[in-house]
Design a binder for this molecule. Structure first.
Ligand code: FAD
Length: 817
C-alpha cells in the first residue's frame, strides 16, 4: 500500500507516524511545502518573546530523524500542485529546483492546514507587516524585533494567536496596541468572562481597542507605519501583526472536485474520508461534527488534527475507527491568566436557539490556607435537563484542570448533577475538598431544583426598581469597592435582625462580592417567604463586566518614539516613611481589601503598605478602594506571580470630603404641603438633570401626596378608615403651607403655574418617577397612619428606614422638607 501525505506538521506527521507503527511494509511519502516538518507551531509566539530561547526546541523532529526512526520518504520544500483522482496521481513541484514530477498513490491524506487571513486592505504588504504561521514567519518577526528594536507594535485580532503574540511582544519591552473588531477578546468565552481578560490586559498596560477594525496601513516617517482604524483613530507603530483568523487551504481539494463544506472546508466522514474514499482529510482544513449539536463546524486546533491523523492511519490499515467530533476544548495563557473553554457559549447557544441557563462561581484553585491560592471564575452553561452545554474559566492556576474535567464529563454524557458527585483528588496544595467543578455543579443543581433563582449581571439594568429591593449583603467596609445603584447594605450577619424591615411585597435581589454569601442570605429570606434572586457571580462579575473595557483613548494623545519615554517613573516615597507588608495571598476578594483596611487603620499617615495578593480582581478593587477612601495607590504590579500593590496612607477624610464623594441628594418629605412638595420635586428633577441620583423619602403627612386621588377600596379597621377620611388624598388635595386662604391662595398658585407653563405637582411627581428618582414611602409611617400600599400611586417603593439611610450614605446632602 502506497500512501502519500500532503502536509508534514500536526495532522500529517501524526498520520505518518501511526501508519508506520501499524504497517511496517507500507510505502509512506510525506510532502511538505516548507523546510521543516513536525515543528511546534503552538510554540512560535514564545520564541519571539524569548520565553522559549532555543529555536531548535521547536523542531520536535527533523526530516532526517523522522526518516531514520520511521522509514518515511520525506520530501520537504516540495509542493503538491495538482491531484488527478482518475489516475490516482499527484503533481509535486520541487521548490528548490523548480522541477515538477508525478507520484502515484493508493491512499492520499490531505493535511494542508490553514493560512492566516490577510484582509485586502491598503498597506498589508508593507515591510513591517507580518503574519505568523510557521518557523519562517517566526524568524522574520524575531529578527525584526532583535535588530530594529521597535518601541511600538500593533496586533490586529484578539483571538488565541493575537493574544499570545501581544504578550510575547510585551515581554520584549514593546508597547503593544491590540485591536479587536468585536466588543471582546477571545470569542469562545462570554463577554463577562472576557471582561476579566480585558481588565488584565489593561493592568498589563496593553493598549486595548475593542470594537474597532483595521482600515489601512500607510508608510510613515523613518520606517514607522501609520495604522488607520475604522473608528477614525490612528496609531503610529513600527510593526503590525495580522492575526485575524485562518482560512483553510483547500485549493487542491476544490480543484480535484472533492466536496467542500462550511467556510470552504473539506467534507469528511467519521473515518475522515472525503467524497473520494481513497482520499482522507484531517486538521484545520476539514469540516467536522460539533458534538453538542451535531452541526458541521471547523476547529483549527492541534489536538483534533493529531487525533484525526491517527484515525486515518488506523482506517487505512483496515481498522473500524471513527472520529466522534469536537466539543472545542481550548486553553490559552494571557499574561498571568489562563483562559479555557469547552462547548457552547451564550452567543452560539442563542444563535442555535437552544434554551439554557448559566451560573458563574468564583472559587479557589486550592485550599486558601495553603500558600499561593488564587481564585478563578468558572461559568457553566446547561439546559433544564441538566445536560452540560459548555463551560468557561478564567484564573491564574488550575483553570485548565477544571475545564478538562468538565470537558471529560461532557464527553461522557454526564449532567450537572454528576458534577456534584464527582470524586476528584484533594490535598491542600492541589485543591479544595470541594473542587470548583463540584461547586459549579452544586450551584447549577441548586438553580435547577429551585433552591435559588439567579439573575445575571446584564439583567440588572432591566430590573424594575419599584417592585424589587436590592440588598447588598457585604460588610460596610466592602462598599468602598463600589456597589449597585439603589442597593441597601444589609450585611448577611445582620439580616435576621432586620428581616422585618425588608418589604415582603417586593422581590429581593441579593448580591455580595462573589455570589456565595448572597446565596446563603437568599436561602434565609426564601424560607421566610420572600421572592429572592441571587446575582450570579456577584459584584465581582458585575463590576468587571460593566466597567471600562478599553483603555485605548488613555493613550490616544501620547506620542512615543523612543524606548526611554515609555518607562514609567514610580512616585518617590520619602525616606522617612515606614513600610509595611500584608500577605493576602490565597484570599479572595474582599479578603485582601479587608486586610488592607485593617492595616491602614493601624499605621500613620504617609506610611506605605504593600499588599501581596493572588486574586487578580484585587488590581481593580484596590484602585477603587484607594480612590474612595483617600489613600494613595502608588503602584500595582506582579512579583513572582503575585500581585503587589503599594498604598500610602492618606489623611483621614473629613466629613465634608467624604460627602463630596457622593453627589447624590436625599430628601425626607415630611410635609404634605403643596409648595413644599413642588420645591422637593424641582430639586429632585434638577439633581437627576445634573447626572446624579435623587431619592425622596415620604413620611407622615408627606405620604398623603403619594396617595391616589380617587378612593381605593381596601380593608381597614375603623380608626384607619377615620384617619384616611380626615387626611387629604393625593396631590390634588394638597394645600399651600401659607396663604391658603380657604382654598383661594392654593387655586391662585395653581392658576399661575398653568399660565407660566410650569408643570403641576402630579406631573412633576410623575416626571421625577420617570427620570429615575427613587420615590419611597416609609413603611412604618404607613402602618401608623393606616395607609395601604394599594392606595399609593404606581411606581412607589415602600421601604424601611434602612433604605433612606443607605441612600443618604451615598449623598452629600439630606434635605428635610
Ligand atoms: P498544519 O500544522 O498547519 O500543517 C499543514 C502543512 O501543510 C503546512 O506546513 C503547509 O506548509 C503544508 N502544506 C499545505 N499545502 C501544501 C501543499 N500543497 N503541498 C505541500 N505541503 C503543503 N492549536 C492548539 O490546539 N493550541 C495552541 O496553543 C495553538 N497555538 C498555535 C499558535 C500558532 C502561532 C499557530 C499558527 C497555530 C496554533 N495552533 C494551536 C493551531 C494548530 O497549530 C493547528 O490547528 C494545527 O497545526 C493544524 O494541523 P494541520 O496538520 O491541519 O495543519
Amino acid at each position: 500500500m502506497k500512501t502519500i501525505i500532503i502536509g508534514g506538521v500536526a495532522g500529517g506527521a501524526s498520520a505518518a507516524a501511526r501508519l508506520r507503527r501499524m504497517d511496517e511494509h507500507a510505502e509512506i511519502i510525506m510532502v511538505e511545502r516548507g523546510p521543516d516538518i513536525s515543528f511546534a507551531n503552538c510554540g512560535l509566539p514564545y520564541h519571539i518573546g524569548e520565553v522559549i530561547q532555543d529555536r531548535d526546541k521547536l523542531l520536535v523532529v527533523t526530516p532526517d530523524t523522522l526518516k531514520a526512526m520511521l522509514n518515511i520518504d520525506i520530501r520537504v520544500r516540495s509542493e503538491v500542485t495538482n491531484i488527478n483522482r482518475e489516475e490516482k496521481t499527484i503533481d509535486i513541484r520541487n521548490l528548490e529546483t523548480g522541477q515538477t514530477y508525478q507520484e502515484t498513490y493508493d491512499k492520499l491524506v490531505l493535511s494542508p492546514g490553514a493560512a492566516p487571513i490577510v484582509p485586502p486592505l491598503p498597506g498589508v504588504d508593507l515591510p513591517g507587516v507580518f503574519t505568523l504561521r510557521n518557523m519562517q514567519d517566526m524568524d522574520r518577526i524575531k529578527s525584526f524585533v532583535d535588530t530594529r528594536k521597535p518601541v511600538r507594535a500593533v496586533v490586529v485580532g484578539g483571538g488565541f494567536i493575537g493574544l499570545e503574540i501581544a504578550e510575547n511582544l510585551h515581554h520584549r519591552g514593546i508597547e503593544v496596541t491590540l485591536i479587536e473588531m468585536l466588543n471582546q477578546v477571545m470569542a469562545p468565552i462570554d463577554y463577562e468572562m472576557a471582561a476579566l481578560v480585558h481588565q488584565h490586559l489593561i493592568f498589563k498596560k496593553i493598549r486595548l481597542a475593542l470594537g474597532d477594525g483595521l482600515k489601512s496601513i500607510a508608510k510613515g516617517e523613518e520606517g514607522w507605519l501609520k495604522v488607520a482604524l475604522s473608528s477614525g483613530r490612528n496609531v503610529d507603530t513600527e510593526m503590525v501583526i495580522l492575526s485575524i483568523g485562518v482560512r483553510p487551504e483547500t485549493r487542491l481539494a476544490k480543484e480535484a472536485g472533492l466536496d467542500l463544506g462550511i467556510r470552504g472546508t473539506i467534507v469528511a466522514n467519521e473515518a475522515m474520508q472525503t467524497s473520494d474514499p481513497d482520499i482522507y482529510a484531517v486538521g484545520d482544513a476539514v469540516e467536522v461534527s460539533y458534538r453538542p449539536t451535531g452541526n458541521r463546524t471547523n476547529l483549527a486546533l492541534a489536538g483534533p488534527a493529531s487525533r484525526q491523523g491517527r484515525i486515518v492511519a488506523d482506517h487505512i490499515c483496515g481498522r473500524n475507527v471513527r472520529f466522534k467530533g469536537v466539543i472545542g476544548t481550548s486553553v490559552v495563557k494571557v499574561f498571568d491568566l489562563t483562559v479555557a473553554a469547552v462547548g457552547m457559549n451564550t452567543k452560539t447557544l442563542e444563535s442555535a436557539e437552544i434554551p439554557f441557563s448559566s451560573v458563574i462561581i468564583h472559587a479557589s484553585n486550592h485550599a486558601g490556607y495553603y500558600p499561593g491560592a488564587s481564585p478563578m471564575a468558572l461559568k457553566l452553561l446547561y439546559n433544564q435537563e441538566g445536560e452540560i452545554l459548555g463551560a468557561q474559566a478564567v484564573g491564574v492556576e488550575g483553570v485548565d484542570k477544571r475545564i478538562d474535567v468538565i470537558s471529560t464529563a461532557m464527553q461522557g454524557g454526564m449532567r450537572v448533577y454528576d458534577l456534584e458527585e464527582l470524586e476528584l483528588a484533594y490535598a491542600p496544595p492541589f485543591n479544595t475538598s470541594r473542587d470548583p467543578a463540584n461547586i459549579v455543579g452544586f450551584v447549577a443543581a441548586n438553580q435547577l431544583r429551585g433552591d435559588v433563582k439567579l439573575v445575571n449581571w446584564d439583567q440588572i439594568d432591566q430590573i424594575d426598581r419599584h417592585s424589587t429591593t436590592i440588598l447588598d449583603v457585604r460588610l460596610p467596609e466592602e462598599l468602598a469597592l463600589g456597589s449597585i445603584d439603589g442597593a441597601i447594605n444589609l450585611p448577611i450577619e445582620t439580616i435576621r435582625q432586620h428581616i422585618n424591615e425588608i418589604p415582603k411585597d417586593r422581590s429581593v435581589l441579593l448580591y455580595c462580592q462573589t455570589g456565595q454569601r448572597s446565596y446563603f442570605a437568599s436561602r434565609i429570606l426564601q424560607q421566610m417567604g420572600f421572592d429572592c434572586y441571587n446575582l450570579s457571580g456577584g459584584y465581582k462579575t458585575y463590576s468587571h463586566a460593566v466597567g471600562r473595557q478599553s483603555n485605548f483613548d488613555v493613550f490616544e494623545h501620547v506620542s512615543i518614539t523612543s524606548r526611554e519615554e515609555i518607562k514609567e517613573i514610580p512616585p518617590a516615597i520619602p525616606l522617612s516613611v515606614r513600610e509595611f507588608s500584608v500577605d493576602a495571598c490565597g484570599l479572595q476578594c474582599p479578603g485582601p481589601i479587608l486586610k488592607l483596611y485593617n492595616k491602614i487603620k493601624e499605621i500613620d499617615e504617609g506610611d506605605v503598605v504593600t499588599v501581596y495578593a493572588t486574586d487578580y480582581g484585587f488590581t481593580s478593587d484596590v484602585e477603587a478602594w484607594a480612590k474612595s477612601t483617600g489613600n494613595r495607590l502608588l503602584e500595582v504590579d506582579t512579583v513572582d506571580g503575585k500581585i503587589a500593590a503599594k498604598i500610602q496612607k492618606g489623611a483621614a477624610k473629613t466629613v465634608d470630603e467624604r460627602a463630596a464623594l457622593g453627589r447624590n441628594k436625599t430628601m425626607v418629605i415630611f410635609s404634605g404641603d403643596l409648595d413644599k412638595a413642588i420645591a422637593g420635586c424641582i430639586i429632585a428633577n434638577g439633581v437627576i438633570a445634573s447626572g446624579n441620583q435623587a431619592s425622596m423619602f415620604f413620611t407622615f403627612w408627606g405620604l398623603n401626596l403619594l396617595r391616589k386621588n380617587e378612593h381605593v377600596g381596601v380593608s381597614k379597621n375603623l380608626i384607619e378608615r377615620l384617619f384616611g377620611w380626615m387626611m387629604p388624598r393625593g396631590t390634588q388635595k394638597a394645600k399651600l403651607s401659607q396663604m391658603h386662604m380657604a382654598g383661594m391662595g392654593t387655586a391662585m398658585i395653581k392658576g399661575i403655574m398653568k399660565k407660566k407653563n410650569v408643570d403641576s405637582l402630579p406631573i412633576m411627581l410623575q416626571t421625577a418617577l420617570d427620570n429615575g428618582v427613587h420615590i419611597q414611602a416609609c413603611q412604618m409611617s404607613m402602618d401608623l397612619m393606616g395607609i395601604k400600599r394599594e392606595e399609593l400611586i404606581d411606581g412607589i417603593e415602600v421601604v424601611g428606614v434602612a433604605s433612606m439611610l443607605a441612600a443618604s450614605d451615598d449623598s452629600n446632602a439630606v434635605i428635610f422638607i
